[in-house]
Ligand binder design. Sequence first.
Ligand SMILES: [Zn+2]
Length: 387
Amino acid sequence: MLQLKRIFSLILVLVLCLGLSVQVQASAIKKAKEKDKELKNQKNQTQEEKEALTQQLNEIVDDMEQTQKRLSAKEQEIKQKEEELVNAKIDENNQYESMKKRIVYMYENGNTEFIEILCNSKDIGEFLNKAEYISRISEYDRAQLVTFQNVVEEVKKQEEALQTEYTELTALREELGVKQASVEKLLADTNTKLEELEQKIGANAARLDKLLKEAAEAAARKKAAEEAAAKAAAQAAASAAAQQADGGAGVQAAGPPVVSGGGQFTNPCPGASYISSEFGEYRDPSDPSHKGMDFAAGAGVPTYAAADGTVVIANYSDSAGNWVVINHGNGLSTKYMHHSALTVSAGQRVTKGQQIGLVGSTGWSTGPHLHFQVEVNGMAVNPRNYL
Ligand SMILES: [Zn+2]
């Protein structure tokens, strides 16, 4: 019996330690999941930046190609204009040379011939015609020369305009080149950032994986230990009952009924040090209204059936831990959660004040306490109305 109690307390300590480690793991897992979410957000943002930059770069490269085409076309035009200018200068020069020749010819042959030509005219009409002809020739020469000179000037202007355009296009091409280099640099930076984020996500995922595995292992260990504790307690209760039946004195795991208070229900945990949470209290957004009353008590403090009834559940649940549900009839039932061990089993009749288990912190619990819940037709009500 003593041996059994020692084993039982050892198991109880183990359960408490395991419970603590499960909580620590749960918070590490939550952090790792949050980190994963944040890193993936960052990655998406960087991906968007990369796409925007790639589009920008494509536009610049297109502009670059267009500018290069325009530059090549401009080079062609300039070349043509240069040839035009050369031809215009040749025309101008030819005209000048022939005009000079005609003038020189007229002077070299003296005014005599000029006068002779005029004097040999048959009549004044022919004379006037000839004089007019000579004057027209020189006028024509001058006009031709001016025309050719004007053509040269015009072509020169056109060539200068083309040169200006060419210079502007060259500047544009340089500007685009600088832009392209800077966008390419940004793109390279973004790629580096993406690689870094991928690495971080991978490392975090590996860590999360490891944590989840460890948590699953710890939860399995905790469950096994809690089940072992429940079994040991049941054995202790059975052994005590057997001793009692044999008429033996000795220490009893489940003593006579413990009834306190004048209510319909007895206090299910008179050994509690205080009430840590009342019915209806706000807890957190996922559990806005507390469905029962929490009796804060040391691990191992006995818990009792609130009234006569039948145990309908006495087992382990992930959320309630080792728990007991007693049906009292007339739509009334009570629930007792987070025990380190149970001393009753499903199907058993219990009397008011009969021990049903030992306070613990199994299931979703942050410290040893009894969660006591009263329900009327399945609806949780304030237990204080019954105590
Ligand atoms: Zn509670």
